[in-house]
Design a protein around this ligand. Sequence first.
Ligand code: MN
Ligand code: MN
Length: 296
Amino acid sequence: MDGEILEKYRSAGRILAEVLEEARPKVEVGASLLDMAEFVEGAIRLRGAQPAFPCNISLDRMAAHYTPTPNDKSVFGESMVKLDMGVHVDGYIADAAVTVDLSGHDKLTEASCAGLEAALELVGPGVSTATIGKAIEDAITGYGYKPVSNLTGHGLSRYLAHDEPAVPNKALDKGEMLNVGDVIAIEPFATNGSGRISESSINEIYGLSAPRPVRLPAARALLKEIQESYKTLPFARRWLKGERAEYALMQLLRSGVVHRYPVLWEVEGALVSQAEHTVVVLENGCEVTTNPRNPL
Ligand code: MN
Ligand code: MN
């Protein structure tokens, strides 16, 4: 990998680690979800970077993709909170998440961390994603829980928050070989339920799929805003400005120009924990960009 690009991945990771450390203690019973998301996104911008996607704050059975609504009044209760954030520097992304458990399920939180640690010990060139998936599954089942089998880690590339290869959270027959220069986000999810998630009907995060000419002026203006500000990265409904933005968003959705990232939740309503880091594969192993204080 080009040294300049590596440095951009590193600075995105360093900024994310700093913001995560500041945000984490703010997750308390009674604190506002909207304040938390705005704090995280603001702190990223204050450091001269941009959010790579809206701050995800997913509670309890939700595994991913919840971000506060534009006028969200909700506050944290005694929940299992997943704080998942993304930072990009010139399109080069860092993606990491922690579980802050206010629900009294420490072991379930530890299980996803153990899955992540087991995976990070293995990452290097020539290692198969199947081997990583098995290590994650073994670590989580060792705690008596199940990994969420239909959610995976993923590759990262410029302005693409979800690229190849998928990094499974369970053993697979066949994986993909990691190569020097690959950037991957590894994100084990552990659950005390069935181990499967499905799409809910809650949609607060959207992304560009296929830009094409649109006629409605408000929709055209929104498409321009998306292409300029977010490119192919996800954005929040909450981020859109202007009275007609909501209407324009629905138009873009209907014409297939944007797609939703529905909230993903555990099918039985069981709790889900998550741990995530971003890693660059290097000749002698890997570097965890989102954990610069404790290089592995
Ligand atoms: Mn993430
Ligand atoms: Mn991710």
